[in-house]
Write a protein that binds this ligand. Structure first.
Ligand code: ADP
Ligand code: GN1
Ligand code: MG
Length: 379
């Protein structure tokens, strides 16, 4: 978020809308998400300083914030109930503060939608993976999160962004952006567009398996990048899955795939030096182990067999989205420099190549894990 974004919002007005005990002190920009505007808000509760998170929901991206907040409330209440036996259950799922008229969001005088969460203290998010153990614990937390939602009651959750992980439709969006070429950028992108051309045939694979009944629709997170899970500062455990805006019907492999995308490479998502991009096998192995620890009991054979493929597909898909946004004039993802989305696209495509080089080994490792868990299940 730009510094001016802080200036344009009336943060004391937002603070006064929520039923939060204590005196509002300040709210400062926080985190490195690409979509919402996030602030760490400080309150003085009789001399004790406590923090909340204020978030402006990006309503250009999420067209129906009330429906989105209804999803978030249902999901957080469900997970909280499941974990209520734990002594620290309030750190293990997001907790919404309500407004004075008991709503989970506030619409400010400029038409922006805001929500407030308890700040999860003593835990951190990471933009870049640091160790296989971190990868294992992050993947376990996302796998368990999917497990908690298996018996979510009530109607299907609203699709907060339709076709969010529909890779064929993401490719069609790129094709349309190339055709429109509103910024005259197509001429610079021969290498990237050739790269896409060679991989057109992979985009519908998971949806084809879904249509054949081999991969079921589930309630999934859909945005499982590493910085969307908070790891406990003491134990390293994935204590709380956050950024719940895209929790909706999806395929489990979308979640595992995005973990591969964000937790196997030592390079930043926008690294310019592509020689730093790598698919580190120890990270992949740890992710696969952690995810199976969290979710292995409900995954189908076909889901497990496509874990490595999902990493390639989702990395390719997000690369397509960055490229589309670059071609369309950077309307979707926040950028900090003119070629930011192109740099992000290039790291994604490089990682796809790195995955392709090692896909056979990745598949062999997952097959060995599958054998172990299915054997255990037989006993
Ligand atoms: P975005 O959709 O823009 O990615 P997130 O919901 O992921 O927004 O929030 C951005 C960052 O703010 C997170 O990566 C995390 O570091 C921090 N954050 C979000 N919610 C909380 C919370 N409840 N407690 C502590 N930190 C949080
Ligand atoms: C966005 O909100 P954030 O920064 O966690 C995006 C994801 C992309 C990701 C790429 C709603 O995630 O889909 O994978 O950027 N979220 C939305 O870093 O589009
Ligand atoms: Mg986020």
């Amino acid at each position: 978020m730009s510094e001016s974004a802080k200036g344009i919002h009336n943060l004391p007005e937002i603070a006064s809308a929520f039923y939060i005990y204590g005196d509002f002190v300040e709210a400062v920009p926080y985190g490195s998400g690409h979509i919402n505007d996030t602030f760490a808000a400080t309150y003085d509760q009789s001399g004790r300083i406590v923090r909340y998170v204020f978030q402006r929901i990006n309503h250009n991206v999420f067209k129906n914030p009330p429906a989105l907040m209804d999803n978030v409330l249902r999901v957080t209440n469900h997970v909280k109930e499941k974990l209520s036996h734990l002594h620290d259950s309030s750190r293990r799922t997001l907790t919404l503060a309500l407004t004075h008229n008991e709503k989970p969001f506030y619409r400010d005088s400029n038409g922006n939608y805001w929500r407030a969460y308890l700040f999860i203290e003593g835990a951190s998010t990471y933009d870049i993976i640091e160790s296989p153990e971190q990868a294992r614990l992050a993947a376990k937390a996302f796998g368990e999160f999917q497990g908690h939602l298996v018996d979510l009651k009530g109607p299907r959750l609203s699709e907060t962004i339709p076709d969010f992980h529909n890779t064929p439709s993401r490719l069609a969006n790129l094709d349309a952006a190339v055709k429109a070429d509103v910024c005259g950028r197509v001429k610079e992108l021969k290498a990237e567009l050739d790269f896409v051309e060679k991989r057109r045939h992979i985009v519908s694979h998971l949806l084809d398996l879904n249509a054949k009944g081999l991969i079921p629709e589930r309630t999934t997170h859909n945005d499982t990048k590493l910085n969307n899970v908070m790891l406990d500062d003491e134990t390293g455990e994935g204590i709380c899955v956050i950024d719940l805006d895209t929790v909706m019907p999806g395929l489990a492999l979308y979640d595992f795939g995005d973990l591969v995308r964000t937790s196997t490479s030592p390079a930043a998502e926008d690294e310019k030096d592509l020689s730093k991009v790598a698919m580190q096998m120890p990270m992949f192995k740890a992710l696969a182990e952690g995810y199976i620890q969290g979710a292995g009991h409900f995954l189908t054979d076909s889901e497990i067999e496509n874990m490595a493929f999902s990493g390639k597909l989702i990395t390719f898909e997000i690369g397509l989205r960055f490229l589309t946004d670059y071609l369309s004039g950077d309307k979707y993802f926040k950028i900090k420099r003119p070629e930011h989305n192109l740099d992000r696209c290039r790291t994604q495509f490089k990682l796809v190549e790195r995955i392709e080089e090692q896909e056979a080994e990745m598949n062999a490792y997952v097959a060995s894990l599958k054998k172990t868990i299915r054997k255990k299940g037989d006993n």
